[in-house]
Design a protein around this ligand. Structure first.
Ligand code: KG4
Ligand code: ZN
Length: 356
């Protein structure tokens, strides 16, 4: 990749509006306007509200990103934008903005697959060489990808129902804890006894790397309702133990499936994890231990690059540009866009729309 290229990245596929300026692997600025407050009352992302907010925020984010980077539009060489997969209204807002900028300035336009943005992040953060294995775990994604190049991805397994972040969020809701659920559940799990309640380890009895998380939430609901029926409510200790048991089940499943995905792959330079759930300390530690036991470097990019952001889109755009060149103004917005078109897609969609 040309290290001197200065690239503007735009991201608007879910509930974060983001713009970033990148020069090679150097992040000059990365601005994220998060919409959590707009959707809070609805218990999930409302696509129409998200699309409107993206349309309102994109130009402000771009302006702020340019200002922070000390650049003007004239200094930008190329414009990269998430062209899918994701919520179509949001993706359209970003693609239209990028096309407008490209048409007005004559700068090349690059449509980026959002999942490629996540999957290439270990190269941006740590300069990891191809090929590597990455586990994407967030509120909308859960899959193992072998990454062989900027457009060469092999999916080894994915969730057949919920994404783990979604399961954490639902668990928090069932226990009356704050959203987003992951950090709330992790905090309560710290004092909990993970062995007190029996949680299943879904799909471990079946071969392969596919995952399932919806049964864990059902198990939690059953345990919770039992306790309420028996004792009239939940003690603090019960919530702690339920959180610990639930989190341990997610950890164990992800570690075992990672072991299998790694066993299927040869010649890897490392094992990486990305996505909001990668912030979970016990999970990170367990994956790192697994990687170390196999003698593989482990890469967990900083959280700001794991969650949705535009720096990863700019980077993936630059990598694709070097291989494929630019798109033109016929670039479309794609609600679905599997990274790996050879492997049949998983059934899971996640609350944020079918991602793979
Ligand atoms: O990657 P992300 O910011 O957005 C997308 O889903 O694309 O991930 C957000 C998800 C939420 O479901 C949140 O509950 C989860 O990541 N999360 C965590 C933790 N921090 C965030 N899950 C478990 N443990 C955490 N510490
Ligand atoms: Zn994402």
């Amino acid at each position: 990749m040309d290290k001197d290229i200065t690239i503007l990245g735009l991201e608007s596929s879910c509930d974060d509006t983001a713009a970033a300026i990148l020069q090679g692997r150097h992040i000059l600025s990365s601005v994220v306007a998060d919409q959590t407050a707009l959707h809070a009352a609805y218990g999930g992302v409302v696509p129409e509200i998200a699309a409107r907010a993206h349309a309102e925020m994109l130009d402000l984010c771009i302006e702020r990103a340019l200002l922070k980077a000390g650049k003007t539009l004239n200094d930008i060489d190329t414009i990269a934008v998430t062209a899918g997969p994701g919520l179509i209204g949001g993706v359209l807002s970003g693609v239209m903005m990028a096309k407008g900028l490209s048409a007005a300035t004559g700068k090349p336009l690059i449509g980026v697959n959002h999942l490629a943005g996540h999957a290439l992040t270990p190269r941006l953060s740590d300069g990891l060489d191809y090929p590597y294995l990455i586990l994407l775990v967030s509120g909308g994604h859960c899959q193992f990808l072998r990454v062989d190049g900027p457009t060469a991805f092999l999916r080894l397994g994915s969730t057949i129902d919920d994404a783990p972040g979604e399961a954490f969020d639902k668990t928090a809701r069932l226990l009356g804890l704050a959203q987003p659920g992951g950090p709330s559940v992790e905090t309560r799990a710290r004092q909990g006894d993970e062995t007190r309640f029996a949680f299943p380890r879904p799909l471990l009895d079946r071969p392969g790397c596919d995952l399932s998380f919806s049964g864990l939430k059902t198990a939690l609901l059953r345990q919770r309702d039992h306790l309420i029926a028996d004792q009239g409510g939940l003690h603090v200790r019960d919530v702690d133990d339920l959180c610990a048991g639930f989190q341990a089940a997610i950890r164990d499943v992800l570690v075992e499936k990672s072991r299998r995905a790694l066993a299927q792959s040869t010649g890897l330079t490392g094992f990486a994890v990305a996505g909001g759930v990668a912030a979970n300390t016990p999970l990170r530690a367990a994956l790192e231990t697994l990687s170390a036991s196999l003698g593989l470097p482990f890469v967990a990019p900083p959280l700001a690059l794991c969650t949705d952001n535009a720096a990863m889109i700019a980077f993936a755009g630059a990598e694709r540009y070097a291989v494929d060149g630019a798109d033109d103004l016929t670039l479309g917005a794609r609600p679905r866009w599997p990274l790996d078109t050879r492997t049949p897609s998983g059934l899971g969609s996640g609350r944020k729309g079918a991602k793979a």
